[in-house]
Unconditional design. Structure first.
Length: 233
C-alpha cells in the first residue's frame, strides 16, 4: 500500500468527523492531529474535556459546544460556518462522532445542504471490544444504549432473539447489574463478554454465561462505561 506523503490542505467548507481516544491518548491518529491543528473551529460535546485533549497535544483552537440538548441550534450554526467556507472539526468526548454520541443530526444537515462531510476514522469502543471479544465478527448488530424504562428494555432484548449475529450494547456502570439480570432472563444460555476500561491501564474482558457474570461483576469495579457483547445462538 502506498502511503500518502504530500498531504493536501484541508478543504474549505468541510465538516470533519474526528475520532478521539477512548482512553489511551496514544490512539489518536496523525491525521486527526493534523485536522485539529488546521481546522477553523472545533465543535465539541464537552468543551472542557476537548480543551484538555487539545492542550495535551499543544493545539489551540476556538471551541464550539455541541451536545445532545443543543444539537438543533448548533447544527444550524455549523452549517452557516461551513457555507462561509470554514473548516469544522466535530469531536465527541471519546471515540467516533455519531456512534452513540452527538453528530448524526449535523451530518444529515450538512449533506442535505450539499456540503462536504469527511470522516477521520480512529478509536471506537464498539470495534475495540468486538475484535477482541472472541465472538463472531462476520455479522453483528450494534444496539448502543438500551432505553432506560424496564418494559422498553425487555421488549428490545426480546426482539433481538431472532438476530443471527453477535449483539453489541453499551451500558453505564449504574445499569450494568440490571442489564446482566435482563440477559440472564432473555439469553440465559448465550455466551456474554463484558469489556470495561478499554485501552486504559486496567482494561478487562470478562467472559461467561449471564449468571456467571452477575457473580463475577459483583466483586469488580464498575467504573467507566461497558461494552457488552452477546454471542449468536
Amino acid at each position: 500500500m502506498n502511503l500518502q506523503t504530500n498531504l493536501p490542505p484541508l478543504t474549505a467548507g468541510t465538516l470533519y468527523l474526528v475520532a478521539t481516544p477512548i482512553g489511551n491518548l496514544e490512539d489518536i491518529t496523525l491525521r486527526a492531529l493534523r485536522v485539529l491543528r488546521e481546522c477553523d473551529v472545533v465543535a465539541a460535546e464537552d468543551t472542557r474535556r476537548t480543551g484538555q485533549l487539545l492542550k495535551h497535544f499543544g493545539i489551540s483552537k476556538p471551541l464550539l459546544s455541541y451536545f445532545q440538548f443543543n444539537e438543533a441550534r448548533r447544527s444550524e450554526e455549523i452549517i452557516e460556518r461551513l457555507r462561509r467556507g470554514e473548516k469544522v472539526a466535530l469531536v465527541t468526548d471519546a471515540g467516533s462522532p455519531g456512534i452513540s454520541d452527538p453528530g448524526e443530526r449535523v451530518v444529515k444537515a450538512a449533506i442535505a445542504a450539499g456540503l462536504r462531510v469527511e470522516s477521520v476514522p480512529g478509536p471506537c469502543a464498539l470495534v475495540a471490544a468486538l475484535t477482541a471479544s472472541g465472538l463472531p465478527t462476520d455479522e453483528f448488530h450494534f444496539i448502543g444504549f438500551l432505553p432506560h424504562k424496564s418494559g422498553q428494555r425487555r421488549n428490545q432484548l426480546e426482539s433481538l432473539k431472532a438476530f443471527a449475529g453477535t449483539l453489541v450494547l453499551y451500558e453505564s456502570p449504574y445499569r450494568i447489574e440490571k442489564l446482566l439480570a435482563e440477559l440472564n432472563e432473555v439469553f440465559p444460555e448465550r455466551n456474554v463478554v463484558i469489556a470495561r476500561e478499554l485501552t486504559k491501564k486496567f482494561e478487562e474482558f470478562l467472559r461467561g454465561k449471564p449468571a456467571e457474570l452477575i457473580a463475577v461483576t459483583a466483586k469488580r469495579s464498575r467504573k467507566g462505561e461497558f461494552v457488552v457483547l452477546v454471542s449468536p445462538q
